[in-house]
Design a protein around this ligand. Sequence first.
Ligand SMILES: [Fe+2]
Length: 501
Amino acid sequence: MMSRRNFITTSAAGMAGAALGIGIPRPVASVPLADDMKWLTALGTSLTDEYDYAPVVEGRLPTALQGQLFRNGPGLFERNGYRKQHLLDGDGMIQCFDFAGDSVRYRNRFVRTAKFIEEESAGELRYPTWTTRAPGGMFANMGPEIKTQAGVTTLIRNSTLLALNEGLPLYTLDPKTLETSGQFEFPSEAHIPGCKAHTKTDPSNGDWILIGTEYGRTLTIRHLILDRRGRIKSQGQFSTSRMTYVHDFFATEQHIVIVLHAIEFSPLGFLAGANSFTDALSWVPEQGNLVMVLDKAGGDPVAFEAPAAFMWHSVNAYAAGDEIIADFIGYANPDHFIGEDPVFKTLMQGEAGNAKYPGKLRRYRIDLKRGSLREEILDDGHQEFPTIDPRKLGSDYRYAFMNRSPVGDWTLDGVAIVDMQSGSRDEFRFGPKHFVSEPIFAPNGDHEGAGWLLAQVQSGITGDNFLAIFDTASVSEGPVAKVHLTHHVPLSFHGYWSAQN
Ligand SMILES: [Fe+2]
């Protein structure tokens, strides 16, 4: 039986804000999306209903696939006609596909953050977020505070489902009902302001590794390691004059590696309330990247220079003799995200925008003994949202999973499993007018990479949204099953597989 409820009243985007003369978005559409690209606006269209139902399954669910896939991403982009400026900005919505062997149940719930509850009650957006100023002009946007929307990543830690954004607090949810239960409590001595959404869990001992960034006269970067029971194992910090933006990082058994991109954050306009955080970022490739290597045991970080490349996401890193091997997806220019008319921004207004540069699969070889770094391009196609078998995090690994699409097409219409040792790739493409979200690996047995990939697909042809289930042994043969939802789903960032039932 399906249950569904609508809790949000929205009106046409952009109208009320303009009528009141507050927080006016930029003018509409000088270059409208071509007809065959208009389907992409579904990625930035709110899903205002919360569902709980048994979806229709096409094909056969693998009976050994038992557990829950959780996903997090923005679900709500406007209230009372005031719309977010960027595709990567919305209130966090958790989805769950609950697999019970021969059946699956779907539910979605918004994370009840303090911001969400207040704005829901008020019927309007009230707070600045990282890409969008609050209604009310500069006076309503002064100062450094950006409210969390708990809408980027999700994971289970000690039986509690967490929803993370960039910043504090981290919200806790019941993994069965997706009800928001409270906020994650760090040990009182822990200090991790600006906590990043991407964290790492060491499979060898259950350590949870977090980093945070804090902007002042310099950029302070902190790390915190909690052991399996939540006690502080280590924490530390360093400061850098490179005022940049960090989204993800690497962790090996011994080291934490943080990439300081060639992005420059100009705080003045942001603090004065004139710019959003993302509008205060600019790409300065002549700076190059700085790659900071920290020993988990302590000491000052060691800096390595690298070519300019913007990294949303790391793949994995590990020690190999005197070297650290660090694999990631990197852009020679993040023109899809910042700068002149990035597509993630123009799309929200139905306009075409820039996304020329591919996300290349890259490898840093960091020689700690010689103090050198070398970058290799492993694949110069376009890929994003890399994942691995989480049992291999921080150690030598063979398989990486990721979305791919042709260079020049940022929409990611396929799923690939890449053999990082041989370089071979097994890949399936849904074809044009499909957006495929990050493939999450669900293991079947003890062998690395043996199991299934779960990827959510928004079709621009049928308008359908479905979860595609691939056997990792035969990705190129296409999904073994599809779980069809009854509604669209906006862009979903990151997921987590829990074999617990
Ligand atoms: Fe991310």
